[in-house]
Design a protein around this ligand. Structure first.
Ligand code: NAD
Length: 249
């Protein structure tokens, strides 16, 4: 028996092969959920969904586009009749320092995390309220808590701190309808977003700040999302869960 048997879940930014979204979608599917993979490119989203099995759906959806979020949610509600879980995972970063942030870069980074989380959540909240159940999980970052990391610029830290506030506000407002909202704060996780940019020297520096002495794996984050998506976390809302190997101790 799976922890998500009979549940319907949407994961944004889940087409990236080694990404946190894909690992989360895979674990949800293994636990019985029917999953929709949303990402920028339709072919990539469809291929990622097909990897999970025939029941799953891949859709193009740019989460910074409110109309696209609503269209994707409506398509899925028509098909499934309900939405139980939303994982706001899509995110981008830029490895720049404070004076290197351009207006375009600021908008790009903050739009995906902040507008994306707001628009996609707004698209599923009416259905979750009507069902009187739902779990919204939003990917923040240790960068929000520490004021930066090795890759994320200050605008990334600000965007990821912003989604913590948004998550808590949603949790407070939606709690009477039995809709929960929680955030996950990954530390340094080995994915394409991080792996491609690492020199040996950078890796040594990063690992020296992680008491567990290793980067996280995507499945470490997926496991936390599974907990927050399932009834195991039925009384958890407005929380931020750290998945960082002890980086903040
Ligand atoms: P990734 O780059 O592998 O995957 C991100 C996915 O988001 C990609 O598939 C990309 O196409 C998609 N995407 C980008 N913009 C989008 C948009 N506008 N609409 C829809 N999809 C969009 O990244 P990842 O490492 O798997 O990171 C996933 C999330 O976790 C991000 O929010 C990231 O900020 C966060 N995070 C990652 C780490 C890490 O160490 N990898 C640490 C902390 C937080």
């Amino acid at each position: 028996m799976g922890l998500l048997d009979g549940r319907y879940a949407i994961v944004t930014g889940a087409a990236s092969a080694r990404g946190l979204g894909k690992a989360t979608a895979r674990l949800f599917a293994e636990h019985g959920a029917t999953v929709a993979v949303l990402d920028l490119d339709a072919t990539a989203a469809e291929a990622a969904a097909a990897d999970l099995g025939p029941a799953h759906v891949g859709l193009a959806c740019d989460v910074t586009d409110k109309a696209a979020c609503e269209a994707a949610a409506q398509t899925l509600v028509r098909r499934w009749g309900r939405v139980d879980v939303l994982v706001n995972n899509a995110g981008i970063t830029q490895p720049v320092k404070i004076m290197g942030i351009t207006p375009e870069g600021y908008e790009a980074v903050t739009d995906v995390s902040l507008r994306g989380t707001l628009y996609m959540s707004q698209a599923v909240i009416p259905m979750m309220r009507e069902q009187r159940s739902g779990s919204i999980i939003t990917m923040s970052s240790v960068s929000a808590q520490r004021g930066g990391g090795i890759f994320g610029g200050p605008h990334y830290s600000a965007a990821k701190a912003g989604v913590l506030g948004l998550t808590k506000a949603m949790a407070r407002e939606l709690a009477p309808d039995n809709v929960r909202a929680n955030a996950v704060c990954p530390g340094f996780i080995d994915t394409d977003i991080t792996g491609g940019m690492m020199t040996d020297e950078m890796m040594t520096t990063v690992l020296s700040g992680i008491p567990m002495g290793r980067p996280g794996a995507a499945v470490d984050v997926a496991g936390c999302c599974l907990f927050l998506a399932s009834d195991l976390s039925a009384y958890c809302t407005g929380t931020e869960v750290d998945v960082n190997g002890g980086s903040l101790i």
